[in-house]
Design a protein around this ligand. Sequence first.
Ligand SMILES: NC(=O)c1ccc[n+]([C@@H]2O[C@H](COP(=O)([O-])OP(=O)(O)OC[C@H]3O[C@@H](n4cnc5c(N)ncnc54)[C@H](OP(=O)(O)O)[C@@H]3O)[C@@H](O)[C@H]2O)c1
Length: 281
Amino acid sequence: MTATTIPTYALHDGSTLPAVGFGTYPLKGDEGTTAIVSALEAGYRLLDTAVNYENETEVGEALRRSGLPREEVQVTSKLPGRHHAYDDAVASVRGSLERLGLDYLDLHLIHWPNPSVGKYVEAWRALVDLQQEGLVRSIGVSNFTEDHLGRIIEATGVTPVVNQIELHPRFPQEEMRGVHERLGIRTEAWSPMGKRHAPLDEGAVTSPAERLDVTPGQVILRWHVQLGSLPIPKSSSPQRQQQNLDVFDFELTDAEMDAISGLADPDGRLFGGDPDSHEEM
Ligand SMILES: NC(=O)c1ccc[n+]([C@@H]2O[C@H](COP(=O)([O-])OP(=O)(O)OC[C@H]3O[C@@H](n4cnc5c(N)ncnc54)[C@H](OP(=O)(O)O)[C@@H]3O)[C@@H](O)[C@H]2O)c1
């Protein structure tokens, strides 16, 4: 099987990211490592992990087992809420590197802003310094609102390269996509299918799937690509991993794009999606 070549996005700090990445939660243990190796064999070149997924060791092991040169694969990890204090953040990143068995991370994100703790600006200062030191090539955030983004940018003058947010057809995040566009931030999409809300049986998804002879999952990921959103689908199945990358040689019409965005639902947000009320330590 030949690996798919994935287009890339240029980030405002001069680096690039593949247009589709691989989500690794909740892949763990030997089975998890095998699934991640299979994703690398399928052609994924961006792996998304986090301290809180407790699988950084498996991600590092999969990278080594794949035999791919380090510089060909981009690894993202995330700083948990309990490590927002400056020194804790520095120690946390060193811990991630140790578990991954790497000497630099390609991208590190603040996992959640945790506004009630009130230390996300401090955490951002630590990431800015770690980037200067070369331990982290690019720095970004996850689950930040416009207000959270404004605060860290104002405090440091440094804009995150990405904000990884919940985004899928039931929750298309039009407003945040506009904020990102204005600030030059790449939108990364977590739960890109929508998990239990995945509209795999909806006509807006199945009709283009039939017309284009692709699967409903591929239609949803193509919708992300055409929105300019970088999805990080997780799959344990080698067949679906391959399908989820194979989304660059067909196109949805404007009407099909609008119909999929029209699946937006006020109750479509997954549990824990609200950055002002949800906090993860
Ligand atoms: N920053 C954050 O706060 C945050 C929060 C949640 C998730 N994430 C990241 O985002 C990644 C992806 O999110 P997620 O795992 O919640 O959701 P997802 O990728 O949207 O959905 C994963 C589910 O969809 C199934 N699936 C995958 N491809 C499919 C296809 N082509 N057709 C039908 N079903 C398919 C998978 O089953 P199979 O495995 O059986 O294929 C799995 O059950 C995570 O792994 C994690 O890295 C980040």
